[in-house]
Design a protein around this ligand. Sequence first.
Ligand code: DOR
Ligand code: ZN
Length: 451
Amino acid sequence: MAQKKRTDRPYTSADQNLLVKDANIWTGEGFTRGSVLIENGTIKRIARRIDAQDGEVINASGLYALPGMIDVHVHLRDMRLSYKEDFASGTAAAAAGGFTTVLDMPNTVPPTDSVQHLVEKQKRAERKVRVNVGFHAAATSENKVIAELAGAGAFSLKLYMPKPIAPFDVNDNAEIQKMMISAGRIGVPVTVHAEEMEPSQKKARVNNIQQLAKARPPILETRAVHRIASIQKRTRCRVHFCHLTLASSLGEIRAGSPRTTSEVTPHHLLLSTKSLKKLGWKAWMVPPLRSERNRRALLSATHAGSCDIVASDHAPHLIGEKKQRPEDSPPGVPGLETTLSLMLTLVDKGILNFSILTRMMAENPARIFGLRSKAKLWPGFDGDLVLVDRKKKSRIDSSKFLSKAKFSPFDGFPTKGGVVSTIVGGTVVYDDGELWDKEGSGAVLRSRFFE
Ligand code: DOR
Ligand code: ZN
């Protein structure tokens, strides 16, 4: 059992040492017992025994040290959507969920569609974030804007097919190809929300959430993945497909170009249309939940290693907004504080294992988005790690979320395995259910695709 209090002093010191003592440390292949010394934000030494020097010591006996989780698909909102979530609350939720790095999506007000807007967000985040944050930008076919966005550190160009964030004709294959050629030259990936909307499907009349979900059937994803993957083949562009819901999509991507990668969310792995009637607005997101049959197939394909990334698609909204008439209810559910414990629960059940979990939640995110100093607990890598208690039994309780969005389709879900401490660059930001550090303990990350 983890001790309740592992140190007497609050840990706040990026410029000091932090010794994480007696943990089960993830090596990349398995666990080994030992200690991790972090100096000036970087892992300095890992050894069976390291004697405490000056600086903080955190007793991790009985706990498992994993590389800090990386969530590549998060809507932190802020700016004029701060009432839904802001950089401080969203990154507090990330810390509570074991994520040390998150990448923010560009569908904000204003959108991340120009270098000015990107830099504005980066500056504003600088003083507020508790974990590391990078930014995706909106897809554009203008070469000059693509180069500027990539130069300012955008992690991808997001193509939101249902409703482009910046002006973009998603039906025009030539325009998509033009963007991919330019992005491919620069090295910045394109991320895709793959749903091929038909004009009649843009605003359906509905009575309930089930009908809303029905209006966006699986075929829309199949068509979108197929069309985008075909265009990608003619370019050198790397394309990452967000929140896929079908095993067949994972299959097509795996069998296709090595430059395409896939992502799934915990809600599509664990929930189906079976729960829609009961959960209503709490389970309304796009793409929507699928049939139980599709869900099972997605989970077994993920178990078989066919998917690259698990991301939360943390999409906070006010409960008041969600509870409106179905056609006005904004899609999206918060996920930063549930994703890791749900995945640990699947590990506990033997449905996933730690190799798959760390690969999908740290190693692949770092590799695909060029975070070269992250995702490994090795000397020289960033001091980002999460301590988990594999025995911790709990139930998901959204009233305790640090996110402003205090609802979840997983409320009441039993979990086994949970976050005890989250360490960002050698600073403990979350420990034993408490947020420790001040705003601004995380770094704003800029992509280095150019180098
Ligand atoms: O459910 C969703 N919510 N899907 C999206 O694609 C957007 C997101 C949001 O921003 O709320
Ligand atoms: Zn999203």
